[in-house]
Design a protein around this ligand. Sequence first.
Ligand SMILES: *Cc1c(COP(=O)(O)O)cnc(C)c1O
Length: 384
Amino acid sequence: MNEQHSAHRFETVAIHAGQEPDAATGAVVPPIHQVSTYKQDGVGGLRGGYEYSRSGNPTRAALEENLAALEGGRRGLAFASGLAAEDCLLRTVLSPGDHLVIPDDAYGGTFRLVSRVAERWGVAWSVANTSDPDSVRAALRPETRLVWVETPSNPLLGITDIALVAGLARAAGARLVVDNTFASPYLQQPLALGADVVVHSTTKYLGGHSDVVGGALVTSDEELARELAFHQNAMGAIAGPFDSWLVLRGIKTLAVRMDRHSANAARIAEALQAHPRVTHVCYPGLASHPGHETAAKQMRDFGGMVSFRVAGGEAAAVEVCNRAELFTLGESLGGVESLIEHPGRMTHASAAGSALEVPDDLVRLSVGIESVDDLLADLTRALG
Ligand SMILES: *Cc1c(COP(=O)(O)O)cnc(C)c1O
């Protein structure tokens, strides 16, 4: 964490890290520096190191400093989307002939990026159940350079013991990346548990208001940070100034939002578990969840995502999605408003027929911060 804020707690860091009042005007909120280039005081005379906004922009720099502080890392990098961040990481740490391990439950777009894009450039991959150390060990090869973990995972809310897998990856000479999108840095800090790099879709909880698409990488490894920053500039998929500003604005309320997301989701998971039309509920906060103890050890709370399986198969699951009203039918997650979706036909359609295929009777909820009583009433009605 940035020295200046290392003594402060998360809620304080979220509001202040990278966000000193503007030197020129005293503006309390960092301005949106909507600019491509910067006047030089004589050739090479850069003010504050800025020369061109792909290479650096003060609004993006404020976000990047903030993200690093939130994850307890040394360097944050902000991208145009979560997948742009993932692409930068893959192309920075992998070369043709290298191998990576991906989880058997992951964001569908991550699977598509690895299996349809990275593979074409000569990168090999295999799938492991990262909740099971034996499965991870079996997937590691001498050429493995990266182990990918998503915890909680999307959409089945599987839990992986980050410290344990970090040890396995390190022993095999590979780096561990944790996709921390579902938890957010408020609930879970993978770098402190031994991960080498954290990836985020800032589109989700960090932005928090369904009004921006963005991504981030955070690391404490100085050499990796330099390599990632080189690729960020060389490949160019940076976060724009206004998008950076929106994510920074969202982060100020991250802690209070996550508390409410988690409380609402816990109530909903319990209610679903008691519902006769629900055959299974995936929520790490439930004592019956196989990863409950690990989640309790490495997370502050269990987050706002809940998935459940409906009696009656795919048609019944689709029907529940269609009947919900307050839960808006849509992809994405992590906004203040509640969303419902059918992963098999929507967010995870690209994993159909693969080891990452999801059950067709599965419904995924992104539980928002509305009144939980209103949310429960809507779900009960949708379930019929
Ligand atoms: C959405 C998401 C991504 C991809 O992020 P984009 O901003 O949509 O590119 C990656 N991982 C997880 C867990 C996600 O939910």
